[in-house]
Design a protein around this ligand. Structure first.
Ligand code: SAM
Length: 467
């Protein structure tokens, strides 16, 4: 591994006598780890060999070797997320019961969003945002796989959130950074590294934090993280942000020492942040710090009236994401009460041909973010097509879908054929209707039975092309 001289010089100042151990650790193989979806999959049924558990996450496992995830049907079903182990520590910084509305501001591809969703109750609404359009699409796909109904995905610049005064009780800023912590895993990050890029990243991080600051409710928490070691992007970004915002304070947390995360002191405060180095901790490089906005939490109704007074013209004129004035959908064809766990008929909303299941708290937040570019909201149930209703892939993968919906477990080879979008022979004995394709009891998507053929409704743009 050829590391830039300027990086070596800085890291040896930073680590002193530990530099050699750090460089040795970088020569080792990167660690592969996954986090299982507790509501979907039993880790014991996974096709790959699991190693030790990740100490700080009940659903996290190290894998002794990296399998072909593409060839594993569970990967496509959201049965687990391939996530770097050290970043799973983020969940320990949450106080879930405090948060009505959460923003994951730099969310793609969605590792930490899915982690937050595992920890937060369904009453919390999570907005997962990504500024780069193509990455926002990948984020929406990964959140469709994870299946929670309390999520909204947006595609906005952090500055677009500055007018949503005090809306969020928690903002996670997993900031774009110089990626030093990924050197072992992603060799391109070494090529892209330079002292100039570190300075650019640091300035961008401060801008992002300043843009998001007005949207944080008083009493709310801000978690700032990066996957780099550079003090310029970590402690310095936090220190400068604190200097500019005297109503923000560090909000330390003491982690068990055996996790191997090194506590970092900022502005004289012990355990203000943690840094994960690969020679101490089983994972890639990571930095995390928690802050708090002073004061008591402002209740939602006050925020709402402030929002209304500040006006705001909606950009969401798109019929799929517009408001639901024309609620014309008749709940007839599908036995929704049986199909959706804890079904509430008032949550069914239609906008022209699209039908959604929107929890009241999600709808309330949507009403307050009309200026944002929403690309996914709540649970899309399906689409009305003439006289037919086509259930959505989102519904098949949703955590709300009931186990009573008919389905068939496919053997691995057939499951892969299904994920490649081949039609299958009908060996079910059923003649008509919608059923779920499953692999080891986890839903993969829809099949429509039509005589002796099973029509494959797996989304065409998601299909496996190469194994
Ligand atoms: N939180 C993600 C996860 O756990 O999967 C990883 C986020 S990654 C470290 C940082 C993200 O910030 C990237 O998706 C990147 O596209 C986005 N980003 C890049 N420039 C940005 C900017 N100027 N403002 C906000 N986000 C930006």
């Amino acid at each position: 591994m050829n590391l830039p001289v300027a990086f070596l010089s800085r890291i040896s100042t930073q680590l002193g006598i530990e530099t050699e151990a750090f460089l040795q650790a970088l020569k080792a193989e990167p660690v592969t780890s996954v986090r299982f979806h507790a509501l979907k999959a039993n880790p014991e049924n996974a096709d790959f060999v699991k190693g030790e558990k990740v100490e700080w996450n009940p659903n996290g496992y190290y894998l002794p070797e990296r399998p072909s995830f593409t060839a594993d049907p569970w990967f496509h079903a959201g049965a687990y997320y391939v996530q770097e182990a050290s970043s799973m520590i983020t969940a320990l910084f949450l106080e879930p019961e405090r948060y009505d509305c959460v923003l994951d501001a730099c969310a793609a591809p969605g590792g930490k969003t899915t982690l937050l969703l595992d920890t937060l109750p369904e009453s919390t609404v999570l907005i997962a945002n990504e500024v780069i359009k193509s990455r926002a699409g990948i984020l929406a796909e990964n959140l469709t796989r994870w299946g929670n109904p309390n999520v909204i995905v947006t595609n906005n610049d952090p500055q677009d959130f500055s007018r949503l005064s005090g809306l969020f009780d928690l903002i996670l800023t997993d900031a774009p950074c110089s990626g030093e912590g990924m050197f072992r895993k992603d060799k391109d990050s070494i090529k892209e590294w330079s002292p100039e890029n570190v300075a650019i990243c640091s300035a961008r991080q401060r801008r992002i934090l300043n843009d998001l600051y007005p949207a944080l409710n008083s009493g709310g928490h801000l978690i700032y993280s990066t996957c780099t070691y550079s003090p310029e992007e970590n402690t310095q970004s936090v220190t400068l942000f604190l200097e500019e915002h005297p109503d923000m304070e560090l909000y330390p947390l003491v982690l068990p020492r055996e996790y191997g995360m090194l506590p970092v002191k900022i502005a004289g405060v012990e355990n203000a942040a943690y840094q994960c180095f690969p020679h101490h901790c089983r994972g890639e490089g990571f930095f995390i710090c928690r802050l708090r906005k002073k004061g008591e939490k402002t209740e939602v109704s006050e925020v709402e009236s402030r929002e209304k007074n500040s006006g705001g013209k909606g950009k969401n004129k798109d019929k799929k994401f517009g408001n639901f004035e024309k609620n014309t959908f008749q709940v007839t064809e599908f036995p929704w009460e049986k199909w959706i766990n804890h079904f509430n008929p008032r949550c069914i909303k239609s906008a022209d041909e699209y039908v959604f299941y929107l929890l009241p708290q999600v709808e309330a937040v949507l009403a307050r973010i009309i200026s944002l570019r929403v690309i996914k909201k709540g649970l899309l149930l399906g689409k009305i097509q003439g006289k037919d209703f086509i259930p959505s892939h989102e519904l098949a993968l949703s955590t709300l879908i009931s186990p009573e919906v008919p389905g068939i477990n496919l053997p691995c080879k057939t499951a892969i054929q299904y994920l490649m979008k081949s039609d299958l022979d009908n060996e079910t004995g059923l003649e008509k209707g919608w059923i779920l394709a499953k692999y080891k009891d986890v839903n993969l998507g829809w099949i429509k039975i039509a005589g002796n053929r099973l029509k494959n409704h797996f989304p065409i743009h998601w299909r496996i092309r190469n194994l």
